[in-house]
Design a protein around this ligand. Sequence first.
Ligand SMILES: Nc1nc2c(c(=O)[nH]1)N[C@H]1C(S)=C(S)[C@@H](COP(=O)(O)O)O[C@H]1N2
Ligand SMILES: [Mo]
Length: 490
Amino acid sequence: MSSLPTPRDAAVSLVAGVLAVAASFAVAGAAPSFVVSPIDRVIVDATPGTVIAVTIETVGEAGHLLHLSAAVAVAVGLFGLVALVGLRVGDSTDSPVTAGLLAGGIAWLLAVGLTAEPLPAAGPALVTGVVTAAGTLGTDPGAIDPARRRTIAAALGVAGASGAAVLAGGRRDDDPLHVAPNAEGAETRLRELESAALDVESDDLVGLVSPIEEFYNVDIAEFDPEVAAGEWSLTFTGETGADVTVDYGDLTDRPTEQRAVSLRCVGESLNGRKLDTAVWTGTPIRPLLESVDPEGDCDCAMLRGEDGYYVQFPVDVLADGFLAWGMNGRTLPPQHGHPVRVLIPGHWGETNVKWLTEIELLETAEDGYWEERGWQGTGSVNAVAKLWDEGITELDDGRVELAGHAYAGIRGIERVEVSIDGGVTWTDAALSDPLPDADVWRQWRHVFVPDGDHEIVVRTVDGEGTRQSGEESDRMPSGATGWVRRTISG
Ligand SMILES: Nc1nc2c(c(=O)[nH]1)N[C@H]1C(S)=C(S)[C@@H](COP(=O)(O)O)O[C@H]1N2
Ligand SMILES: [Mo]
């Protein structure tokens, strides 16, 4: 037996590795029980912070693709190695069945080791076993009697096909978007926001509520944790007077509110699209926090999510927060933190921990995930007035409609000012009706008669009378500042 893989070994291992990963995906989908998921997480965790900050916040989806491909390659390699071991044993025992069983067994252990999920692990195990056994058959046509070869090949085919069918049939229905508990009032709020919205010509510009499918998404990991509502609980730990754990039933039985809340990511560019609004169903944190009696010296809390994310900020800020289990009337979708997330009024998106599991009250302050990586995104959001592409519309009568959104956290929006001459003269834009909610954006609209080229500039004045700073700064570390400028040519 040579120690270097033969061309057959290499080919069979590659096929086994690729098909095993494909089988795992077929069984698990993009979930934590997919074998690539834990590898991806290790890669993300091991990547230096500065690189992560750049890939996630700048390259965006491309950065995710990069570490995802690396994770897939590692998974293919691991299952390929297992097949290789099986092939060697098959050659020395002259038994495809032994080879298949051994490779299948090790592949199962590997998949369980990665995902801790025994049932979905059967997918890659079965495929690795079948491919390895089939590969062993092809070793040396003289070695195994042709009739026996045919029987074994047929048996392998049947075993593979029926196993795949059983596993595929067992794949769970993972549509968790049901009506959220106590979300009756959400429909009323959604209608209220619809009638407060401005009548804008553009069909593509989002209104006051972002549809769930269009709501922006920022995650440290590629795969959303799967947390069943029935298995979820939140525990207050650390410097508490009393340890308190609440489960989903306890939480949704508490006094419920429907709040319109906007979220904005500190990592977005000035005119970026990581700003959205939903009507959230949930309950205030303050009474829960009071029952826990925070005692730590730094008066700060570390919040943790099931995906390993963590962020730290003052208990005072947390006390104004909201624990949400509903989004636009539905249960929270997986990508927005199912079953429960935090919403912190007026603070950057990163404070709004998804898949929340633990609130630890601290003795001394510690950095959160993004702060360890150079961001300072736990404070109040910067004010911004947006003008996205779809907010610029030429009307039938030749005029141009400019429309967008402005947000300044809990300071609210008092005014949006528009300039069509590069900032020399300013006009107040029309605004959507004010809402009773404390932390929500407003829409603005301005129509003008174009005359050649125009440099459009938009800026907002918040509810405290402070005009948005025109000074341009980078998004890192604490959010972009400046006024959105766009040139349109006549
Ligand atoms: N558990 C967890 N919570 C998280 C994150 C995360 O990666 N994991 N990302 C944070 C960041 S940076 C932002 S901007 C918001 C985005 O929320 P969304 O994906 O629901 O829009 O969630 C925050 N909460
Ligand atoms: Mo963010």
